[in-house]
Design a protein around this ligand. Structure first.
Ligand SMILES: Nc1ncnc2c1ncn2[C@@H]1O[C@H](COP(=O)(O)OP(=O)(O)OP(=O)(O)O)[C@@H](O)[C@H]1O
Ligand SMILES: [Mg+2]
Length: 408
């Protein structure tokens, strides 16, 4: 959007409205009106046609919800971001049902308001482009998990391969596991599979590959995971560049629910591309000082190069419980980041790797396996069966079915 976005603030509290207005001005946005709830809000929005509305929502809900409903119903292309001192689920739900595009909790931060407005306006722009036929048809896109670590030998391949297996077997996802270790790709050994074709072959022939022939390049592991091995000769990486990685991952993500990227303990152009395409980055660390120091640097680098997104980058502690004299609390303090998950130290992991069988298969009852299955379920959004939902052939389905039958 070339011009400065125009905003209307709907907030009956003058002091708060003034503060929001000041913040929006600081962000370089143009506030063209500020008003309370009701008729005036609707009339101004209708006449001035802003790009976005920021609106306070507070108990009692009747007036704000009525105003919000009128705005989103009467001006369906106008996004409304609501903000509130409350963070209760009822309020959020009411806002969503009434058509709000986002919900922010006070105190508002400039960063949060800016990113919310940008996201909402981008979405609106994309909707408009899609309506005008200016976007290509949407393609399915799986979740790309990049396993990254600042050091060698900290368990990246172990976690990548076990997570891939757990996602396939426990969470019933289609999974591709890609070995992007540009030095000693050892996914094939860890999973005991033959290497006939590698990522280098797929990248070279990508133009002629379609959904059906893609499988010719992947080795199906007994767990159901499809593996794209690293080339057996490290020199074969020489002809691979960031764009090849983006293209290969893109084609895999169109055909698999999850694409897991295992990376080496160094940073290079291939790793940078793997991080760039990752929906989520699992940054692996261990409890020893060298690994923690390198992880601090890696986090700084990730923030500088790829932005600071706490949802996207999660730190995973491997070999938790290892007696190094370093405490987990100290790690979190040094990293200034919480540990998202902890995979325990277990010598069975080494034995499993030597046997070429991921521990989630060879020792499914171990703590390591149970933790990795938990991570897989969390990533796939699958609950533990014990507290899952019951699938119901509910009344709503019964109501809808005849409608669908008629239009089919
Ligand atoms: N939780 C664990 N408990 C015990 N041993 C582990 C654990 N995780 C990994 N290991 C062992 O640590 C060693 C290194 O693991 P792995 O090969 O997965 O590390 P990596 O980070 O991929 O190394 P590289 O950077 O060289 O590719 C292996 O012998 C592996 O079996
Ligand atoms: Mg490795």
């Amino acid at each position: 959007m070339a011009r400065v976005p125009q905003v209307i603030v709907v907030d009956p509290d003058r002091e708060s409205a003034g503060e929001v207005q000041k913040m929006l001005n600081m962000l370089g946005l143009s506030v063209i009106a500020s008003t309370g709830y009701g008729v005036e809000a609707f009339t101004l929005a209708f006449q001035l046609k802003p790009d976005i509305v920021l609106m306070r929502i507070e108990e009692p809900l009747v007036r704000p919800v009525q105003t919000l409903g009128r705005l989103t119903d009467g001006l369906p292309d106008l996004p409304v971001i609501v903000y509130s001192t409350e963070a209760n689920i009822r309020l959020m739900r009411q806002s969503m049902v009434s058509g709000a595009s986002d919900y922010l909790q006070e105190p508002l931060s400039e960063e949060e308001v800016e990113s919310s407005i940008m996201r909402v306006l981008e979405r609106k722009e994309r909707e408009a482009m899609r309506r005008r036929g200016e976007l290509e048809d949407p393609v399915p896109q799986g979740t790309i998990i990049t396993i990254f670590g600042a050091k060698g030998g900290i368990g990246k391949t172990t976690i990548a391969s076990n997570l891939a297996v757990a996602l396939a077997t426990e969470a019933h996802q289609t999974v591709a596991l890609v070995d992007m270790d540009t030095r000693f790709g050892d996914v094939a050994i860890t999973m005991d599979i033959p290497v006939e074709r590698s990522i280098a072959d797929l990248a070279r022939n990508l133009d002629s590959v379609d959904r059906n022939t893609l499988r010719d390049y992947l080795v199906r592991h007994e767990s159901g995971v499809y593996i794209l091995p690293a080339p057996t000769r490290p020199s074969d990486w020489r002809n691979l560049h960031a764009q090849h990685i983006r293209d290969v991952v893109d084609v895999l993500a169109q055909t698999h629910d999850f694409v897991i990227l295992d990376t080496p303990g160094t940073f290079n152009e291939i790793v940078a591309a793997a991080i760039e395409v990752g929906t989520m980055i699992l940054l692996i660390t261990t409890l020893d000082m060298a690994s923690i120091k390198d992880t601090v640097l890696a986090l700084e680098m990730l923030h500088e190069r790829f932005g600071n997104d706490e949802e996207r980058v999660k730190v995973v502690l491997n070999r938790a419980g290892m007696d190094t004299g370093v405490r987990e609390k100290d790690v979190e303090r040094t990293l200034d980041s919480p540990l998202w998950r902890r995979i325990p130290q277990d010598n069975e992991v080494v034995k499993s790797a030597q046997l070429g069988r991921p521990i989630v298969m060879s020792k499914p009852n171990s703590k390591v396996s149970s933790e990795i299955r938990d991570v897989a379920r969390a990533l796939a959004g699958v609950r533990n069966r014990a507290n899952g939902h019951k699938a119901g052939g509910g009344g709503f389905g019964k109501l809808l079915r005849p409608l669908f039958r008629k239009s089919a």
